[in-house]
Design a protein around this ligand. Structure first.
Ligand code: SF4
Ligand code: F3S
Ligand code: FES
Length: 247
């Protein structure tokens, strides 16, 4: 057992500040355990969002010592305990209360993305055939738990607050899963360029660094989507081909 000091963001009216708490940490605890212990013993009005405590629901995202992380997957044994551990809510989103942020803009943006549109079945029994390599390619995108840590760390959303103009890394992963799906025939390139604001991404790769599911967001999702958009709208030969194909 060791006594550890935390500084946790608490809202007051329209503002807020870090408030200090000390709590006893025992072997095996994660940061979310410590927050729950503080909540139970010292601050039972403190708001914190969580659900699975297993890194699978994406609810407990926060900034621990300035790093966007899942609280339930951050071990206390990995934290330096000789100075206070700070916990802030995600900075890219408006705070509802304490550690809880309003991430609803993400769901609104996701709803705008064109849905899955499968090609007609290609087998006599009315089903489809797909190459395993094509399925493997999109499999990592399906691991997303919608924690929105990638959205939180992307400067376009965090510093510039362009939530309505830029879909952000999470939704480019979602779009890539649809666009690269071997059965999908929808074309989302115009949407990515215009309402999706893919041009705002300047490949800083911060999103990839923080993803708790280790999805290769930039290299495997964003860059191939940028290439598709560039081919469609900025390659003169492809533009001509596209015009003819519509005639
Ligand atoms: Fe979280 Fe990764 Fe999904 Fe982004 S891509 S929402 S960081 S799991
Ligand atoms: Fe943002 Fe990731 Fe691009 S952090 S700028 S979406 S590479
Ligand atoms: Fe579900 Fe942390 S509580 S990911």
């Amino acid at each position: 057992m060791a006594s550890v000091t935390f500084q946790i963001w608490r809202t007051h009216g329209t503002g807020g500040q870090l408030q200090e708490y000390k709590t006893e940490i025992s072997e095996g605890m994660v940061v979310l355990d410590a927050v729950h212990q503080i909540q139970a013993e010292q601050a039972n009005d403190m708001a914190v969002r969580w659900n699975c405590k297993a890194g699978k629901c994406g609810s407990c995202s926060a900034e621990i010592n300035g790093h966007p992380k899942l609280m339930c997957m951050t071990r206390m044994s990995d934290m330096p305990q000789d100075k206070p551990i700070t916990i802030h809510p995600m900075k890219a989103f408006p705070v509802i209360r304490d550690l809880v942020t309003d991430v609803s803009v993400n769901y609104r943006m996701k709803k705008k993305i064109k849905k899955f549109k499968p090609r007609p079945p290609d087998a006599p029994d009315g089903t489809w055939r797909m190459a395993q390599a094509d399925i493997d390619r999109i499999q990592e995108f399906r691991k997303c738990i919608e924690c929105f840590l990638c959205q939180d760390v992307c400067h376009v959303l965090r510093e510039h607050q362009l939530h309505e103009e830029f879909v952000g890394p999470r939704h480019m992963v979602y779009t890539a899963a649809l666009e690269m799906h071997p059965l999908d025939v929808e074309d989302r390139r115009e949407q990515l360029k215009d309402t999706g604001g893919i041009g705002f991404c300047n490949i800083t790769k911060c999103c990839t660094t923080v993803c708790p599911e280790h999805i290769t967001i930039t290299d495997n999702a964003i860059i191939p989507l940028k290439e598709r958009v560039a081919d469609r709208f900025y390659d003169p030969l492809m533009r001509l081909l596209h015009l003819f194909s519509k005639k």
